[in-house]
Design a protein around this ligand. Structure first.
Ligand code: ZN
Ligand code: FE
Length: 257
């Protein structure tokens, strides 16, 4: 199986998985890069997986459905132009012969879902939309801090080797914030250097892994004393509980330049 992040817009990735003949795409905000790729590689589009309703994730749906007759799956609790098969937590689907489990991960949007495959060529894979980014997480447009923390906990409990396919190249700006939260995290400094090298060559920093994110992503580390302390330094009124620390870190990131 081949896993390719097609760049779109300013900083989106449209993830394509293919076996040399058949392909699936996740969150096609724009149809044109997908169609150009399918043509160039001689692929047939079988499946489209949607994580949430934002335009940069669904803008290419109608064109792709008409051009390819691909089957479309998406979240049950969001309004997305059909026809599509609606999914919710605990559902599973088969695409390209692979089984994907559906996880509810509300927070960025209220019906956001993620797709987890336990093994592709021996490695697990996660399509998490705008829930988890490398070094960061999605903004809370519709959900609460408690919901997002629970969603991130769910993703953090997946196997460490899981490849994390996020839909935006936000890594370097996320890492700048992460270093403000945890200036003494050696792995974070090391990871930042690697990502800077990749971006200097115009290469994606993704996919990341769950193991990597647990070491460097402040939003997966809010229960660590150093992160909770940084939250209280930023906002002394932060109560000593996990959700409050998470909420302060998320708010701090919103204001961070
Ligand atoms: Zn979004
Ligand atoms: Fe997005």
């Amino acid at each position: 199986m081949n896993l390719i992040p097609l760049p779109a817009f300013q900083d989106n990735y449209l993830w394509v998985l293919h076996d040399g003949q058949r392909a699936l795409v996740v969150d096609p905000g724009d149809a044109q890069p997908v169609l150009a790729f399918l043509r160039r590689e001689g692929l047939q589009l079988d499946a489209i997986l949607v994580t949430h309703h934002h335009p940069d994730h669904i803008g290419g749906l109608d064109v792709l459905r008409d051009a390819t007759a691909a089957r479309v799956w998406g979240p049950a609790r969001e309004t997305i132009p059909g026809p599509l098969t609606k999914l919710t937590d605990g559902d599973s689907i088969t695409a390209l012969g692979l089984r994907f489990e559906v996880l509810d991960v509300p927070g960025h949007t209220s019906g956001h879902i993620a797709y987890y495959c336990a093994g592709i060529d021996g490695t697990p894979l996660l399509f998490c939309g705008d829930t988890l980014f490398s070094g960061g997480c999605g903004r809370l447009f519709e959900g609460t801090p408690a919901q997002m923390l629970a969603s991130l906990d769910k993703l953090a409990s997946l196997p460490g080797a899981t490849r994390v396919c996020c839909t935006h190249e936000y890594t370097l700006s996320n890492l700048k914030f992460a270093r403000a939260v945890e200036p003494h995290n050696a792995e974070l400094i090391h990871y930042t250097q690697r990502c800077e090298e990749l971006r200097a060559q115009n290469l994606p920093t993704l996919p990341s892994t769950i193991e990597q994110e647990k070491q460097i992503n402040p939003f997966l580390r809010t229960r660590l004393a150093a992160v909770a302390q940084a939250a209280r330094m930023h906002d002394a009124a932060t109560p000593p509980d996990d959700v409050a620390v998470f909420a302060t870190i998320r708010q701090w990131k919103n204001e961070f330049k």
